[in-house]
Design a protein. Structure first.
Length: 270
């Protein structure tokens, strides 16, 4: 059976400290009351192993103090001051063990929950990276807390750029600089302004985005309870392109937000 050094370190240290105090007091020089040192050891024991180890250390500390005071006078025995100090040590050491042990348990539980939460978040991130839907999670200040692999690929965003938690406006300007959208240059400023305003207000109206490489993404914005936003970019190229009726070209062009119809829509909105 493996020995749990954490559980025995506190009691062992308390016993060793008491033994050293006895030897030094008996053979070398008078030792003052070691109670403050015992309390520190009790706190140490409870912090590394919990309430049980702390309480065991506290019991050893009180028993050691009782033996220490028994032979600390000309005649063996206790007076009222000795009893008062031992009672005070018992209350202080026991309270220290209890409080420190409870704080340790709370910290350990919080750490375990956080570890589980991060593990779940890591699995979710890994799962989102396997799908072809671009996902961006923005905090309440519109900074990107998570950018999926699909979004990085669609907009040629490097891992270094994505991991730097860029603001949404920086992602828009990156798309402009890399020529990601199938839009004339003179329409890009209005396009970026409109998209930024949609994110700010949490407008959930779906929009089809034409990319320069011929892909079509359906963009939606979802407002989150904490004030953040979840942006999704779903590829609908096949759905849009293959179901286009040649006789309804203008209609589908408007749905896809193509050059002129999108510019007319943006101008009307402003």
């Amino acid at each position: 059976m493996q020995l749990d050094w954490r559980a025995i370190s506190g009691p062992a240290l308390t016993a060793a400290t008491a033994m050293i105090a006895f030897v030094v007091d008996r053979h070398f020089v008078a030792v003052p009351n070691p109670a403050p040192l015992f309390v520190c050891i009790v706190a140490f024991a409870a912090s590394i192993s919990g309430i049980v180890s702390g309480m065991a250390s506290a019991i050893i500390a009180v028993a050691s103090s009782a033996l220490f005071f028994l032979n600390h006078r000309a005649t063996p025995g206790y007076d009222m001051s000795d009893l008062a100090r031992m009672l005070l040590l018992a209350a202080t050491a026991g309270g220290t063990a209890l409080i420190t042990g409870l704080l340790r348990k709370r910290w350990v539980d919080a750490f375990a929950w956080e570890k589980k939460h991060h593990a779940t978040a890591d699995r979710l991130s890994a799962a989102l990276d396997q799908v072809d839907i671009g996902i961006v999670l923005l905090d309440s200040a519109t900074r990107a807390e998570f950018i999926s692999r699909a979004f990085r690929d669609y907009f040629k965003l490097s891992d270094e750029q994505a991991d730097s938690k860029p603001p949404f406006i920086a992602l828009m300007y990156h798309g402009r600089d890399t020529g990601a959208w199938q839009l004339p240059e003179d329409e890009l400023s209005a396009f970026i302004a409109k998209r930024t305003e949609m994110i700010r207000t949490g407008d959930s109206t779906p929009i089809n985005l034409d990319l320069a490489d011929g892909q079509v993404l359906r963009f939606t914005c979802t407002a989150l309870p904490d004030g953040g936003r979840m942006l999704s970019y779903t590829p609908v190229t096949d759905l849009v392109r293959h179901t286009d009726d040649p006789g309804s070209t203008e209609y589908y062009r408007a749905l896809r937000g193509s050059h002129r119809s999108l510019a007319k829509h943006l101008g009307a909105a402003e």
